[in-house]
Design a protein around this ligand. Structure first.
Ligand code: SAM
Length: 270
C-alpha cells in the first residue's frame, strides 16, 4: 500500500461523505449496523469509521445505556463524522490506529469496521488487536470490497485514469479498497489472529448516481485516488475526471447511472 492511500484529509472528508458515501458505502452500512445490533451489545468499538455512515446507521439501534466508541486514524474524518452526528452522550469520538488501540483488553462486546481493513498495513496484527479488546464471546463485524471487476464504476474509473497516465497509472482503487477480496485469505488471517467461528457472506448491491460525472467525481475527488493524480500532475485532475465521466457514460448512459457493486461481509467470533 502506498503511504498516500491512508490519507483522508484536506478536501477528501467532505467529498468522500457527500459524493462517495451515497454511491457505495451507504448501501452496506444498514446491513453492518443490523449485524452489530443483533446481539444487543452493551459496548461497541468502531474502527476506521471515516465520515460516520455506519455510526449514523448504528447509533439509533443501540440501547440507551450502550457505550459506543467511534475511532479513525485520520482526525479530519472523525471531525466531519462528529459534525454530522449531533450530540449523543453514548458516543465517544477518539482518534486511533486500529493496529494500536488505546483500550484495555476485553473492553467491547462488538468491534465493527466498514471498508477499513484493506487499509491496515498488517491485517493479522489488526485482527489480533480487535480480538484483544473483545470480551469472551465477542464478535468482530466488518466488510471488504470484492475484486474491482465486480464493482463497475471503480473499474471504469481506474481504466480511464490509467489511460491518462499511461506510463505510471494510478492504481489506488485496485490496489487498496479492492485489493483484499480473497475469502480464503481473509479466513486464514482471521484464524491466525485467534478467531474461531468465521462467517462470510458475499452481497451484491447497486450503486446509483444522478449522472456519470457525479460518479466519476466521487472516485476522482473523494478518495485518495485524488492524492495519486495530484502527485503526478495536479493540473490533470480535471482531465482525469472528464475521462472517467466519459468511460462511465459510455457504459451506463448519459442520464442517471446504475452499476453493480459487491462486497464480502464477515462476522468473526472469539
Ligand atoms: C474507505 S474509508 C471507510 C470509512 C467508513 N468506514 C465508511 O464506510 O465510509 C477507510 C477509512 O480507514 C481509515 N484508516 C486507514 N488506515 C487506518 C488505520 N490503520 N486505523 C484506523 N483507521 C484507518 C481512513 O482514515 C478512512 O477513514
Amino acid at each position: 500500500m502506498a503511504e498516500s492511500d491512508k490519507v483522508f484529509a484536506g478536501s477528501i472528508p467532505k467529498f468522500y461523505d457527500t459524493l462517495m458515501v451515497p454511491r457505495a458505502p451507504e448501501a452496506y452500512a444498514a446491513n453492518l449496523a443490523e449485524l452489530v445490533a443483533a446481539s444487543s451489545p452493551g459496548s461497541v468499538l468502531e474502527t476506521a469509521a471515516g465520515s460516520g455512515v455506519v455510526t449514523r446507521a448504528l447509533a439509533p439501534k443501540l440501547s440507551a445505556d450502550a457505550r459506543y466508541v467511534v475511532t479513525d486514524l485520520n482526525q479530519p474524518m472523525l471531525d466531519y463524522a462528529a459534525s454530522r452526528q449531533g450530540f449523543d452522550s453514548r458516543i465517544e469520538w477518539r482518534q486511533a490506529d486500529a493496529l494500536d488501540l488505546p483500550f484495555e483488553d476485553a473492553s467491547f462486546d462488538v468491534v465493527c469496521c466498514q471498508f477499513g481493513v484493506m487499509f491496515f498495513p498488517d491485517r493479522v496484527a489488526g485482527y489480533a488487536e480487535a480480538r484483544r479488546v473483545l470480551t469472551p464471546g465477542g464478535r468482530f463485524v466488518f466488510n471488504v470490497w470484492d475484486r474491482i471487476e465486480e464493482n463497475a464504476f471503480a473499474d471504469d474509473v481506474t481504466k480511464a485514469v490509467a489511460a491518462v497516465f499511461a506510463h505510471d497509472p494510478p492504481r489506488f482503487l485496485a490496489r487498496t479498497p479492492h485489493g483484499y477480496h480473497d475469502v480464503a485469505l481473509i479466513r486464514e488471517e482471521l484464524s491466525r489472529a485467534g478467531f474461531a467461528d468465521i462467517r462470510i457472506e458475499t452481497r451484491e448491491e447497486v450503486s446509483r448516481a444522478p449522472s456519470a460525472r457525479d460518479a466519476a467525481t466521487a472516485y476522482c475527488h473523494g478518495t485518495p485516488l485524488r492524492n495519486e493524480i495530484e502527485a503526478r500532475d495536479a493540473s490533470m485532475l480535471r482531465l482525469a475526471t472528464d475521462r472517467a465521466t466519459q468511460a462511465i457514460a459510455s457504459r451506463h448512459g448519459e442520464g442517471p447511472v446504475a452499476g453493480k457493486i459487491q462486497a464480502h461481509v464477515i462476522v468473526a467470533a472469539v
